[in-house]
Write a protein that binds this ligand. Structure first.
Ligand code: ADP
Length: 492
């Protein structure tokens, strides 16, 4: 039972192949009409041959019926002329002729079996009423028919009052003729048709097999081409122009390939940037340590100074790693969003409170203007990152005695956070790049003030995860404004 089920399953599977389906379809389209045609032609021939034979015999029988009346055969069956005629007919058509008189008695049987017997069959009785019939029995292969033996009688003028002629049925001829010859011809025809059909079947089978293979070949080409790319033999755009459909599939695949290439390139670039960034502090530490080791009797102050520098580099390394981890966290899937209802006013106050002491060191004033109270359903940690990165940057890239202003506003759909500063500004050509990982406008200055080039990348990622937008306006030497717009209600 188990085996049979497996068998059926594998058969169903092979039916799922397009090639098998095309093959079966072509086979059916080729075979059904051929078989139907063969059957139709043979049936048609049989019906036609029987009808020709029947009318031929009927015509002859009508002549004989007239002779029967003329020779008064129903009363006297000794007429040699008629007997010869009947004999000839029955020999010619391989049949039997019964002549039945008005009292339903058989007066003549060419097989001499039923002479003298009475026949009460429906067909005979009907024929006496003027309804002759012919019946073909395909199984036994003969045609049975009745023909009335009728006489034209002129009614007496006094009797009928009209003097008209009428047909009076005096007797009936019951004939059965063999259709052997028709059957023999049919057998010959059927044999020929079968041979022809077999040849056609072979041609259709072979043709369907070849055509199915030919039609599916472009799809196989697509598979081979995609496999070549998948197995790494080639990373070039592939091309199978055979069908419009294959062109569409290949187009979609090439787009996917191009996208994967971009992702791969950006991953490689990211890895090389990360390595480079992580290597810089280590190189500095190595130089500092080496120069201490190279000298003998180094004074304790110098040691201290160098150790402070080394500690600074360690801090920097630490910051880069922290930022990288934050970036990876922010970049994780949307499903990892931890959405809660957050009062944006309170959150901004908390973050500014934490950052004000750093700003104060450079006499930078940080102010907060809340146009209205805003409650939003967001991921609090990610929005905190956005805000603190923007305010930290506004402080970092500011002048002594400068200012930083945070404005919070909302409409019925979005809330807007604007972080403006009176800082150094961003040159126009850099505006498009500031969100790239590790991009810094002034590398050495950014490094001095502890920038990693990852802050805005993290910020942008967090904003996009909320389906929000971030925009920057800046005038070099005057200041910068970052405008972040985020939906009040997060929708996954
Ligand atoms: P970093 O860690 O270097 O600050 P970010 O990704 O936060 O990296 O910022 C990228 C670059 O954009 C910074 O190096 C800086 O040059 C520039 N930048 C960011 N914010 C400001 C700002 N408020 N004013 C001027 N320049 C800015």
């Amino acid at each position: 039972m188990l085996y049979r089920w497996e068998d059926i399953k594998s058969k169903i599977k092979s039916l799922r192949s397009l090639k098998t389906r095309i093959f079966l379809f072509l086979l059916l389209v080729g075979l059904i009409p051929s078989c139907y045609m063969q059957y139709g032609i043979l049936q048609n021939y049989e019906a036609r041959a029987v009808s020709v034979r029947t009318s031929e015999v009927q015509a002859q029988l009508k002549i004989i019926a007239n002779h029967l009346i003329a020779y008064n055969y129903l009363q006297d069956t000794s007429s040699p002329v008629i007997n010869a005629e009947l004999e000839q007919l029955s020999n010619l058509y391989g049949g039997r002729v019964l002549i039945i008189s008005g009292n339903l008695k058989v007066v003549k049987d060419t097989y001499s079996i039923s002479e003298g017997k009475t026949i009460i069959s429906e067909e005979v009785v009907k024929c006496f009423r003027g309804e002759s019939m012919s019946n073909y029995d395909a199984g036994l292969g003969y045609v049975e028919m009745t023909i009335p033996i009728s006489e034209t009688v002129t009614a007496e003028a006094g009797e009928a009052g009209t003097g008209e002629t009428k047909e009076v049925v005096r007797g009936v001829m019951l004939i059965s003729i063999s259709c052997d010859t028709i059957h023999k011809t049919m057998d010959i025809l059927r044999n020929k048709a079968n041979i022809l059909l077999s040849i056609m079947m072979l041609i259709i089978f072979g043709g369907a097999l070849l055509l199915a293979d030919f039609m599916v070949r472009p799809l196989n080409k697509v598979t081979v081409a995609i496999n070549e790319v998948a197995e790494g033999y080639s990373d070039k755009a592939i091309n199978v122009p055979d069908y419009a459909e294959t062109v569409h599939i290949i187009d979609a695949f090439n787009k996917l390939l191009a996208r994967m290439k971009v992702l791969d390139d950006s991953r490689q670039e990211f890895v090389s940037n990360v390595s480079h960034e992580l290597k810089t502090p280590i190189t500095s530490m190595k130089v500092l340590a080496d120069s201490l080791l190279a000298q003998e009797d180094v004074p304790a102050e110098l040691y201290r100074e160098f150790m402070e520098d080394i500690a600074e580099e360690i801090d920097r390394e630490n910051k880069i790693i922290t930022d990288l981890l934050a970036l990876v966290k922010v970049d994780k899937k949307v499903t990892e969003m931890n959405i809660t209802e957050v009062s944006m006013n309170e959150l901004t106050e908390v973050i500014l409170k934490r950052l004000r002491p750093i700003a104060r060191k450079r006499d930078i004033e940080v102010t907060f203007e809340s146009i209205r109270p805003v409650k939003a359903t967001v991921d609090e940690v990610k929005i905190s990152l956005v805000l603190s990165n923007l305010v930290e940057n506004a402080v970092k890239y500011n002048k002594e005695n400068g200012w930083v202003k945070v404005i919070l506003d909302a409409d019925h759909q979005f809330f807007t956070l604007t972080v403006s500063d009176s800082g150094v500004g961003i040159p126009e050509e850099s505006l498009d790049h500031i969100y790239e990982r590790f991009y810094r406008v002034d590398k050495s200055h950014s490094r001095e003030i502890g920038g990693t080039g990852l802050g805005l990348a993290i910020t942008r990622s967090a904003v996009l995860m909320h389906r929000g937008s971030i925009r920057v306006e800046s005038t070099p030497g005057e200041g910068t404004s970052f405008i972040v717009k985020i939906p009040l209600n997060y929708k996954a």
